[in-house]
Design a protein around this ligand. Structure first.
Ligand code: ATP
Ligand code: MG
Length: 387
């Protein structure tokens, strides 16, 4: 049971006084005991470096890493009592599954008898449903089975921390989904504090208690999946989290009494000033509409803008479809449920509730207005009137 804390952790590769690469830049965050933190960000943003510093494989250039309030910067990796799971599984090829599972236990808990070790191996194998594979060599396992053994090897040691670096990257899409649910369930069951690295935002959203979004070595935001989705601190987070991508329009916000008049050139609508985080009379902004929040006006009315668009492509996903369309300003993507009558060249009117609209300051890209949670927003929308 461990609380993990990073305090102003920086890692510079190469000469810190010269032309070093700043891989991790002044990152501070806390992971509570038993919490599942996902480090999320694009390739090269410093995720692996952060994880390796937590595991003791890399030394911070400055800042401290603490387990339960005790600084561990000088503690060697093998004495930190952390278990790491990587994307390449790293099983011992000449050992069968039983010996792969027992190897760490034999090395670290020398007082255990063979009988005790075997009973622990069997308990973990049962938990992961790999009992039937105990006598197989890794070469006789599928990718998913190998990853289960790698997880088993981490769990059996009952470490203070689990560190995962893209553990599912080599698996096919379907297996990734199954395995991520299993990792999630397993982690809740064993309750071990975990840090999980991925560049896949969907994986992060589905598995995390908290997400740390990184870019260029810097922490952009630390929050629950719903916080980073609904209240992204800046445009980068808003664009990195959520799929399909957020639609963005350049706009000017002008204060008029209790509201801001938003003008994009073709769209003009009001946002309640109380929801917009600025005192300025006029702001250059980027306005964001998530595809999930756009409705066809023929299905639902809101107080928000009405966006005329011409359908380019309808991509059915089952009960919904992704609609790619053009407006007079830019293209727009919407996720809509009524799509069977729609085809290329059709005109649609899309609309969005003001509560769901995002706004960012154009220069700083910081959030001016986030998306109110659905429940709250639904009650504030002026009705779902059929027309
Ligand atoms: N040993 C090293 N020596 C020099 N530079 C390094 C070293 N390891 C990482 N870097 C640099 O540090 C930055 C962060 O790398 P890191 O591996 O942490 O990124 P990442 O977020 O894990 O990316 P990916 O998603 O591609 O795995 C990159 O610019 C990388 O080139
Ligand atoms: Mg990496």
């Amino acid at each position: 049971m461990t609380e993990l804390e990073l305090d102003s952790v920086t890692k510079v590769f190469g000469d810190p006084d010269g032309e070093g690469v700043v891989a991790v830049d002044d990152v501070s965050l806390t992971v509570d005991d038993g919490e599942f933190l996902v480090l999320l960000g694009p390739s090269g943003c410093g995720k692996t470096t952060t994880l390796r510093m937590i595991g003791g494989l890399e030394m911070p250039t400055s800042g401290t890493i603490s387990f339960d309030g005790v600084v561990v910067n000088d503690v060697k990796a093998r004495n930190r009592d952390v278990a790491m799971v990587f994307q390449d599984f790293a099983l011992y090829p000449h050992m069968d599954v039983r010996r792969n599972l027992g190897f760490g236990l034999r090395r670290e808990k020398k007082n255990l008898s063979d009988e005790e070790i075997n009973s622990e191996i069997e308990a973990v194998a049962e938990m992961l449903e790999i009992e039937a594979l105990l006598n197989n060599k890794p070469s006789a396992l599928s990718g998913g089975q190998k990853q289960r053994v790698a997880l088993g090897r981490a769990i059996i040691r009952e470490p203070r921390l689990f560190l995962f670096d893209e553990p599912l990257a080599n698996l096919d899409a379907k297996l990734r989904k199954t395995m991520r649910t299993e990792i999630d369930e397993l982690q809740s069951k064993v309750g071990i504090t975990s840090v999980y690295v991925t560049h896949n935002q969907e994986e992060a959203m589905s598995i995390a208690d908290k997400i740390a979004v990184m870019n260029g070595g810097e922490l952009q935001q630390l929050g629950t999946p719903s916080e980073v989705f609904n209240e992204p601190t800046n445009l980068f987070v808003a664009q990195f989290v959520g799929s399909p991508d957020m639609n963005l329009f350049d706009a000017t916000l002008i204060r008029q009494g209790d509201s801001y008049r938003v003008d994009t050139g073709t769209l003009s609508f009001d946002l309640p000033a109380a929801l917009v985080d600025t005192d300025a009379e006029q702001v250059d902004a980027r306005i964001g509409f998530r595809p999930q929040d756009l409705y066809q006006r023929s299905m639902r009315r809101t107080d928000g803008p009405e966006i005329e668009a011409t359908v380019r492509v309808v991509e059915p996903l089952g009960t919904e479809a992704v609609l790619y369309a053009d407006t007079s300003e830019t293209d727009i993507t919407a996720l809509v449920s009524q799509f069977h009558d729609l085809g290329k060249g059709d005109e649609v009117t899309l609309t969005i509730a003001p509560e769901h609209i995002y706004a960012f300051e154009a220069t700083t890209e910081r959030l001016l207005k986030g998306r109110l949670m659905t429940e709250r927003a639904e009650s504030e929308v002026t009705g779902e009137v059929e027309v």
